[in-house]
Design a protein around this ligand. Structure first.
Ligand code: FMN
Length: 161
């Protein structure tokens, strides 16, 4: 089974989780990078990022997207922006034919939970089998051991199915 972890992270939380998943699962790792990044600080971050998410923008990515048909399992990670997935993830799923795959989602958020975001991803990727989801509120290095255990458990349940 070939696995792909694909994610976007503006401020590092989702990257932190992606790296832990990669330490547990043998997988290729793809970090989505928009050509034009949202400002990382201040009010502009929420204004620009929020607008971009609400209007379902598809920012151009710097990445070359790999051949998706090579992969059996695709694990997609995103921060929650305005209750949904971040725009670079929107670009990825809109421009990539993802069909008949096993997929799973992980997300980081500020406490508003990720259910709506996962529901939207599930709807967009409905020609696939969703194996599971996991989300974290602003995970930090301090909790790395606990988070790693949680992810190990999650991976063992989703990849057994
Ligand atoms: C533009 C923007 C919109 C956000 N909207 C939400 C939201 O709707 N709900 C929530 O719980 N957190 C929201 N957040 C907080 C992020 O989801 C949270 O900080 C996350 O951990 C960031 O992940 P990252 O470090 O990988 O970028 C938002 C952050 C930004 C920048």
């Amino acid at each position: 089974m070939k696995n792909l972890i694909v994610f976007y992270s503006l401020e590092g939380h989702t990257r932190f989780i992606a790296n832990i998943i990669e330490s547990i699962v043998k997988a290729d790792l793809l970090e989505l990078k928009p050509e034009k990044e949202v400002p990382k600080t201040g009010f502009k971050k929420y204004l620009w990022g929020g607008k971009s998410a609400i209007f379902k923008e598809k920012p151009t990515l710097k990445n070359k997207i790999p051949e998706i048909k090579e992969y059996d399992n695709i694990i997609i990670g995103t921060p929650v922006w305005a209750g949904t997935y971040a725009p670079p993830v929107n670009t990825f799923i809109a421009h990539t034919l993802i069909k008949g795959k096993n997929i799973a989602f992980f997300a980081c958020h500020g406490g508003g939970d990720a259910k709506k975001c996962f529901d939207k991803l599930t709807e967009e990727l409905k020609d696939n089998t969703v194996l599971g989801t996991i989300d974290f509120k602003e995970p930090t290095d301090e909790d790395k051991e606990k988070i790693t255990k949680e992810i190990e458990k999650w991976i063992s349940t989703i990849l057994e199915k």
